[in-house]
Design a protein around this ligand. Structure first.
Ligand code: COA
Length: 125
């Protein structure tokens, strides 16, 4: 059974501003090392950072987590398989909570905005 879906759209300029003004502390708070390496290897790194931010917010919506301390940015990681398809991996306490669940993620970039959608399906359904 589908446990939840979440979608998020973000202006790339918002994330670009955070990276340019806060810099490394912002990156280290929100993104894992491998996410940072993936984005920094791209020609337009800001859209890749922005869409990963959107993916984390979409995930928190799919799980109805809210922002009351239950969710830490780096507990959710976006990786890409060899075809480029993105996947979500969860770490920390969320890992037990989502044991056996299937997480699906789709992301897209446009000139000014990025969008991400997450679907969570419970185990065995
Ligand atoms: C996937 C594809 C549709 C992306 O379309 P696009 O209009 O260029 O780009 P969008 O902005 O809409 O989407 C980009 C996102 O699509 C996702 N994506 C890339 N490849 C994907 C795939 N095979 N399946 C699903 N999603 C994919 C990624 O999350 C990417 O963002 P990221 O690099 O920040 O992670 C296009 O690249 C394609 O047709 N690829 C076919 C597979 C392919 O050729 N792979 C080459 C390596 S084998």
């Amino acid at each position: 059974m589908v446990r939840g879906i979440g979608v998020d759209i973000i202006e790339i300029s918002r994330i670009r501003r955070s990276i340019e003004t806060i810099g490394e502390p912002f990156l280290r708070k929100v993104y894992t090392s491998s996410e940072i390496a993936y984005c920094n290897a791209k020609a337009d790194r800001f859209q890749h950072f922005a869409v990963r931010f959107a993916a984390k917010e979409a995930f928190s919506k799919a799980l109805s987590l809210g922002w009351r301390g239950e969710f830490r940015w780096k507990d959710v990681e976006v990786t890409n398989d060899p075809s480029g398809q993105p996947h979500l991996t969860v770490h920390g306490s969320l890992r037990d909570r989502l044991a056996g669940a299937t997480l699906m993620l789709s992301m897209s970039h446009a000139d000014e905005n990025v969008v991400a959608m997450v679907l969570i399906e419970d185990a065995g359904t």
